[in-house]
Design a protein around this ligand. Structure first.
Ligand code: ADP
Ligand code: ZN
Length: 677
């Protein structure tokens, strides 16, 4: 859209102010000014990058400044993405400028590079090519449904519920091929590139240089190159983590979201979007199908599928009809009673490890808690060492000989004497992955052992190195956190042991059961992917909990039936949408007072008319402190909104907040569909 007739441009700016800014267009740049391009403008006496989103023939305000210069020869953001980011800003209550900034590479936000039509780049190394497999009957049926919708070229969301190793990825690959043959493009979202190297490789080996990998570990310039490859149409398939949903592909024909239940699809900073929901928005704009795939769908998606808003397609069998691993739940309370002391491994687990090692197979041991011990406690006065800045306990890390806060990374040497009573009785309690590793090493001195968690993989490349060694069977036992739960396919792993399934179950979060079920199912899915079958041993102090029972039987439907009942009773998602408003301050009273007055304000202002009230009731809960009430020195208080219709809820809140004046020294953040409290 050129601006021949217009004198003024509306610009979105990447700041948390919910409005556009109007600037005059100097005559000599009139031709160059175009929607979707960046421009330098004077903003609060600073040269700032703005995004041109529209034009107007006149401006009301006096003393309007002029654009300094238009940066780009071509728009950095397409009309489709402008619509998408506008919807993102409306849904997640951020400014349009913040949403646009999330959709373009970092280097462009600073206004440095000018976008040219085309730039050359070097070829990258590619893995050996792979070819389409002959499909199983189940796979055929699923693909038929998907193909039909691809041919219709209209919006259609699918939920592909397929157990682990049922061949979901092959479905994705052949659906993409179909789209490719129509001359269209695809976007594939994976939870975290670094954690799913095998998945990513399957796309590059099938489609070669047509694939662009939007890798968060890529340095700025490489990222920018991939972005240009996508933008120019050279790359037809984008595989990437959540931000890849904003890839500048044209002629989009399909979106795939692998492991759609993963919480990493939710961005924790502004804009706090959920890539799954943005994918649905984008597919609607592009008129194309979208496939959400998972062995353990999110409650939200499964609920929508049951209501018919997503088309459910299923893969119920593993490839080659390989059976799911046999799962044993070990009641650690009984272990405690018979052995008279807390032990890390049950006899069943130790015996199984021994047997599997003797058979020359591999073992994975899972505990979703890093560190050595999990808290330090004075035996005399009872003091538990806490972080100076957070409401969290200090965790002992053996490798670095440090106590570390897992919320703010504050470190300190472990004290020999109690800082409160000076007694020399500091004791270490609880189990983390480091301790599991050392105990395994003690029990199985001949075994080759490695650990994989964020500590062990902090160094660049160590993640791939450990997985590579495990694949080559230079490692017998791999100990790890949720890093080893996802997407890994090692046929020689015949035993998966879960040291303590209750770690996630006890989190103060309404999704705790769902997380536990997902993690256990995923980690169990690592066993028995080869021809030798597999076995899973889950240790727990809550063996009768439905999340653990259902996971041990690989029974998603059963878990869903239980969980959905409790969500309904408690009035939680998927029955409502949540909006979490957090007020934080270094002063505890300021934070709680501000939360209290925000609640009062919302009660008065959220609805203007009685009619609105009756149409869409919004519940206002709180104020209440966050489960971790203080982090990095900030006290945090929440007000929680619950309502059935997200669109009206966001609209109403946005309107109300226009007249809200927050007290000084307090920061307000808004999280729509929050993943944690
Ligand atoms: P999922 O994505 O559901 O976990 P995968 O797509 O990884 O499952 O499939 C599991 C294994 O089965 C992979 O090694 C894959 O190559 C193989 N596989 C998938 N589909 C077929 C098929 N139709 N015939 C033979 N092997 C297949
Ligand atoms: Zn801390």
């Amino acid at each position: 859209m050129k601006n021949a007739l217009h004198e003024f441009a509306d610009l979105a700016i990447n700041i948390p102010v919910d409005r556009l800014f109007t600037y005059g267009i100097p005559a000599d740049t009139a031709k160059k000014a175009e929607v979707g391009k960046r421009a330098f403008v004077d903003f609060r006496n600073k040269e700032t990058v703005g995004y041109i989103v529209g034009f107007r023939p006149e401006a009301e305000a006096q003393g309007i400044k002029e654009i300094r210069s238009v940066i780009d020869d071509e728009p950095v953001i397409s009309g489709e993405l402008l619509k998408l980011t506008e919807r993102v800003s409306l849904t997640y209550l951020c400014s349009y400028g913040q949403a646009i900034a999330a959709a373009i590479p970092g280097v462009l936000k600073k206004g440095k590079v000018s976008v040219k039509s085309r730039e050359k780049h070097e070829e990258e190394k590619m893995p050996a090519p792979s070819y389409p497999l002959a499909l199983t009957d189940e796979q055929k049926k699923v693909l038929e449904s998907v193909f039909k919708k691809i041919d219709m070229e209209s919006y259609r969301p699918f939920l592909l519920h397929g157990i682990t190793a049922s061949g979901k990825t092959e479905i994705y690959l052949q659906a993409i091929e179909k789209v490719l043959n129509k001359g269209k493009t695809s976007i594939v979202l994976v939870p975290e590139i670094a954690l799913t190297p095998q998945t990513v490789e399957r796309f590059t080996s099938r489609f070669g240089s047509k694939v662009a990998v939007a890798h968060s570990a890529l340095v700025g310039s490489m990222r920018y190159k991939e972005w240009q490859r996508i933008r120019s149409g050279e790359a037809k398939i984008v595989v990437g983590a959540r931000s890849a949903i904003f890839s500048p592909v044209r002629n989009l024909g399909l979106i795939i979201i692998d492991e759609e239940h993963e919480t990493s699809y939710k961005q924790e900073d502004v804009p706090r979007y959920h890539a799954r929901d943005v994918a649905l928005m984008r597919a609607k704009l592009a008129n194309c199908p979208v496939i959400l795939g998972s062995a353990t769908p999110s409650l939200e998606s499964f609920y929508l599928a049951k209501k018919g808003e997503l088309e459910m397609v299923k893969l119920t069998k593993r490839i080659d009809e390989r059976s799911l691993p046999k799962t044993k739940v070990v009641d650690m309370r009984m272990e405690l009673a018979t052995r008279k002391k807390v032990c890390m491994f049950s006899k069943v687990l130790v015996d199984s490890i021994e047997r599997v090692l003797k058979d020359g197979r591999q073992v994975m041991i899972f505990l979703n808690r890093r560190g050595f011990s999990t808290y330090v406690n004075c035996k005399r006065c009872g003091l538990v060492l806490k972080c100076k800045k957070c409401d969290s306990v200090m965790v002992y890390h053996y490798e670095t000989r440090n106590l570390i806060c897992h919320y703010c990374n504050f470190r300190m040497p472990p004290p020999d004497i109690c800082p409160k009573c000076n007694a020399a009785y500091m004791k270490y309690f609880g189990i983390g992955t480091e301790k599991v590793e050392s105990e395994i090493a003690r029990l199985f001195p001949q075994a080759r052992i490695a650990r994989m968690d964020t500590d062990a993989t902090a160094k660049r490349g160590s993640h791939d190195r450990i997985l590579g060694e495990f694949k080559k069977h230079n490692i017998d036992i791999l100990v790890g956190t949720q890093m080893i739960a996802k997407g890994l396919d090692f046929p020689r792993v015949t035993l998966v042991g879960v040291v303590n399934a209750d770690v996630t179950l006890n989190l103060p979060d309404f999704r705790a059961s769902e997380r536990t079920f997902n993690l256990l199912t995923q980690v169990a899915g690592r066993a028995g992917r080869g021809e030798d079958g597999g076995e899973v041993i889950i240790q727990t102090y809550a063996p009768e909990h439905y999340a653990i029972l259902a996971a041990s039987k690989h029974d998603y439907e059963k878990f869903y039936a239980q969980e959905i009942k409790s969500r309904k009773e408690l009035f939680f998602p998927p029955f409502v949408h949540l909006i979490k408003l957090t007020l934080r301050s270094r002063n505890e009273k300021s934070a709680s007072d501000a939360a209290g007055s925000l609640k009062e304000f919302l009660e008065k202002n959220l609805f203007n008319t009685e009619k609105e009230k009756s149409v869409d009731k919004i519940d206002i809960a709180g104020p209440a402190p966050s489960p971790i009430a203080r982090v990095r020195g900030f006290f945090r208080w929440n007000v929680l909104l619950k309502g059935r219709n997200r669109t009206t809820m966001c609209e109403t809140l946005r309107g109300a907040l226009r007249s809200y004046r927050k007290p000084a020294g307090v920061i307000l953040t808004i999280d729509v569909d929050p993943m944690s409290m």
